[in-house]
Design a protein around this ligand. Structure first.
Ligand SMILES: [Zn+2]
Length: 135
């Protein structure tokens, strides 16, 4: 099995929702924007981006549109937010902490630093972008 065929599994708090993501992420970022803070109930959303076509999801999920471009996907039973899915059908972010191996992926940059909470001090040396990352 080549690395690109590797499957990465994970799920929600109660176990009702499970997913598997195929291959390697397009990018891995920590997003500090206000919408991510509110939907995650956490200071930031650390996520790995995959093509939606490479991710299989099973179990009871619900979605909420946090903007026209993005919906937040969570377990209907326990409420864990697992994904941020682009409405255009291309990519979806998967919460790093939702993977069974939670240290499998590490963010390589911080985005939306202008909205970061003041008490969080970043000293990991990673690039920090005021808003979205330059593509
Ligand atoms: Zn659940």
């Amino acid at each position: 099995m080549s690395q690109s065929d590797e499957c990465h599994t994970g799920g929600c708090l109660c176990g009702a929702v499970r997913f598997q993501a195929q291959g390697e992420p397009v990018n891995i970022r920590a997003c500090h924007c206000r919408l991510c803070q509110l939907t995650m109930g956490a200071p930031f959303f650390a996520r790995a981006l995959f093509s939606q076509a490479d991710v299989e999801v099973s179990g009871p999920i619900s979605e909420h549109n946090s903007s026209d471009a993005l919906s937040r996907v969570f377990c209907s039973k326990c409420g864990s937010t697992l994904f941020a899915k682009r409405a255009n059908g291309t990519f979806m972010g998967i919460a790093l902490t939702a993977f069974d191996e939670r240290n499998l992926f590490e963010p390589t940059e911080h985005i939306w630093i202008t909205e970061k909470v003041n008490w969080l001090k970043l000293d990991d040396g990673l690039p920090q972008y005021p808003e979205k990352a330059p593509e």
